[in-house]
Design a protein around this ligand. Structure first.
Ligand code: TMP
Length: 225
């Protein structure tokens, strides 16, 4: 993590298509890190703070179909700026391990590439919102598009039956959009091999969790847990 002392915390982000299993895996990693004696902050985007949760509602509400691409981009970064300032940086300063379900890589692939706004504008806004904060490690959970969309649909159907508001504005994009996002993730991983580790997310949950643990424990120098 740049801009903090070497003794400070460690910042790990989870990325991947909707339904890739990152939320489940993040929870399992948090449990294991706590069992190893580490303090952990679990965060997610869009969201992560009280204000971020309000912005999330605007971003994901399926009724907001007129939200334009630039407003969408700025709202994701408004949410992130609040999260970095209020929650993530203080936790890293305390020495915590911070886990985030999505971060700027999501904006690069969904808005920069998927929406066609360009990666450069995303990186410029990232400088303003995150002021140089870059994850120490990014776990990219890789699954095929068909599985991703089927899982996202099943989750949305279940949420719909519970009467919760539909958080499907992004999931509702067409197949070509999600295909672009998937390709952009693969390119991003190839550009940053030292930071982004690709995890095959088609394996069993326990197997994926073990692979993630091995990667994280090595980086954090946690042994024999
Ligand atoms: P999730 O909570 O299921 O991960 O859903 C969040 C949705 O928002 C997902 O479809 C990806 C999208 N998203 C972006 O388009 N840009 C971003 O910067 C972030 C954080 C999420």
């Amino acid at each position: 993590m740049s801009m903090t002392s070497p003794k400070a915390g460690f910042f790990i982000t989870f990325e991947g298509l909707d339904g890739c299993g990152k939320t489940t895996q993040m929870k399992l990693l948090a449990q294991r890190l706590r069992a190893a004696g580490r303090a952990v902050l679990e965060s997610y985007e869009p969201g992560g703070t009280r204000i971020g949760a309000q912005v999330r509602r605007i971003l994901l509400d399926a009724a907001n179909h007129e939200l334009c691409a630039t407003a969408e981009l700025l709202l994701y970064f408004a949410c992130r700026a609040q999260n970095v300032e209020e929650a993530i940086r203080p936790a890293l300063r305390r020495g915590d391990v911070v886990l985030s379900d999505r971060f700027t890589d999501s904006t690069l692939v969904y808005q920069g590439v998927g929406r066609g706004l360009g990666k450069q504008v995303v990186l410029t806004l990232d400088q303003i919102a995150c002021k140089g904060l870059v994850p120490d490690l990014t776990l990219l959970l890789d699954i095929d598009l068909e599985t991703s969309l089927a899982r996202a649909r099943a989750r949305n159907d279940a949420a719909g039956q519970s009467g919760a508001p539909a958080e499907t504005r992004m999931d509702d994009q067409d197949l070509a959009f999600h295909r672009k996002v998937q390709r952009a993730y693969a390119e991003l991983a190839a550009e940053h091999p030292e930071r982004i580790v690709v995890i095959d997310a088609r394996a069993a949950i326990e197997e994926i969790a073990e692979r993630i643990w091995q990667t994280v424990a090595r980086r954090l120098e946690i042994f024999h847990v």
